[in-house]
Design a protein around this ligand. Structure first.
Ligand code: LMR
Length: 398
């Protein structure tokens, strides 16, 4: 039955990690996948998470099914973190949030639901470039994919004129996928003024904003990094969607903790949307898992642990900033001053401008893994590998 089945191509990000793990060279460095590692090169277990986990282990509880839309405390805490404690949208009952299997799960559930709602007209505009899995998820849900201009390679900044012009010509009802902060793969974000202008066009053209917030807290802090979500609310945009992930911000990658939020025009519309989100989840995976949601909500619901989390998140953010500055300095000292722009980029990633040939050399000659687009994960650098990586990048840049 399966003799004619062809193999699928490897995933450009997770497939690269498989290759990395199989590489026997001891000095190897994985700058491919977006995972934060600490000074010792380890994925951290945050103290705030450890504390909740210890409490849970002290009084183990049976695991029944969670509701289809997940743990209520988790969804409540997520709504506040995204929209703000005093959000008028939350107070008006216009936001519904469902726990999902990571941020990818949120994207997939939303894609399936929006495809049902919009039918064959379902279209989504995605930034050029974007995280590769955005295209995969929305294409496989049956969307027509469009692109809007975003990154300007010449200035290594935003192509604002191109971005606004491309949004202006989209048909009303087109979904517009925007990275809330720490744009993946470029590390180049809209500033507050640019967000204001983009939000005005989204509203005017009656487009459906869809914010993907996978790195909240990795640029400037949890509230500032939710600026896009807050601005859409303040601007009175009737409907928008938010997918968020705690993989990075809680260092809980394998727990698959994410959420999907829909904003309805009023309480009644939001409630109807929630029934549709639940029906979509039920058809996909029935209901989400317990443990990660208990960890996240346990932290977010305690003032003390929440403060500790913000501190630990601030430490991760600070370390990434320090690694950016150190890498730039070390590259300049090795005759490669052209990478000064690394310090202007936000979040885990730098769109380095390294060509595919240079990326191939990094992998083959130095066991340093990066994406063929030139994206490198700055959060994977530490004192132990920094000099080696700087040597290698400087060498392939000559
Ligand atoms: C990344 O872009 O490396 C991360 O978001 C991990 C992933 O799932 O691709």
């Amino acid at each position: 039955l399966f003799t004619h089945v062809e193999a699928a191509p490897g995933d450009p990000i997770l497939g690269l990690t498989e290759q990395f793990l199989a590489d026997p060279r001891p000095n190897k460095v994985n700058l491919g996948v977006g995972i934060y590692v600490d000074e010792q090169g380890k994925v951290p277990l945050l103290e705030c998470v450890r504390e909740v986990e210890t409490r849970l282990a002290r009084s183990p509880a049976p695991r029944s099914y969670l509701p289809i839309d997940g743990l209520p405390a988790y969804n409540r805490a997520t709504g506040k973190l995204l929209f703000g404690d005093d959000s008028p949208l939350l107070a008006a009952g216009r936001v519904v949030t469902a726990q999902t299997i990571g941020g990818s799960g949120a994207l997939r559930v939303a894609a399936d639901l929006l495809r049902q709602i919009f039918g064959a007209q379902a279209r989504i505009a995605i930034s050029n470039p974007s995280w590769g899995n955005h295209h995969v998820i929305f294409r496989s849900a049956g969307f027509e994919l469009l692109e809007y201009r975003y990154y300007d390679p010449a200035s290594k900044g935003i192509d604002e004129a191109g971005l606004l012009a491309d949004l202006e010509v989209l048909q009303p009802g087109t979904v517009v996928l925007l990275h809330g902060c720490c744009h993946n793969p470029t590390g180049v974000d809209l500033d507050a003024n640019q967000w204001h202008r983009v939000v005005a066009v989204l509203k005017e053209r009656r487009l459906l904003p869809f914010i993907d917030l996978a790195y909240q807290g990795f640029d400037r802090g949890t509230a500032r990094d939710a600026l896009a979500v807050r601005l859409l609310g303040e601007a009175g945009v009737e409907n928008f969607v938010v997918a968020n992930s705690y993989s990075k911000s809680f260092s809980l990658y394998g727990e698959r903790v994410g959420a999907l939020s829909f904003v309805g025009a009023d309480r009644d519309e939001a409630a109807r949307l929630l029934t549709r989100i639940k029906a979509t989840i039920r058809a996909n995976y029935s209901s989400p898992a317990t443990h990660g949601a208990l960890l996240v909500s346990g932290v977010l619901e305690s003032d003390d642990l929440r403060a500790r989390w913000e501190e630990e998140l601030g430490h991760m953010r600070g370390r990434i900033h320090a690694m950016r500055a150190a890498l730039v300095e070390k590259l300049a000292a090795r005759g490669a001053p052209q990478y000064g722009f690394f310090v202007r980029q936000a979040g885990m990633f730098s769109y380095s401008g390294l060509t595919k040939a240079q990326v191939d050399r990094l992998r083959e000659e130095y066991a340093i893994y990066a994406l063929t687009s030139g994206r490198i994960c700055i959060a994977a650098l530490n004192e132990a590998n920094l000099d080696y990586v700087a040597d290698a990048i400087a060498a392939v840049s000559r």
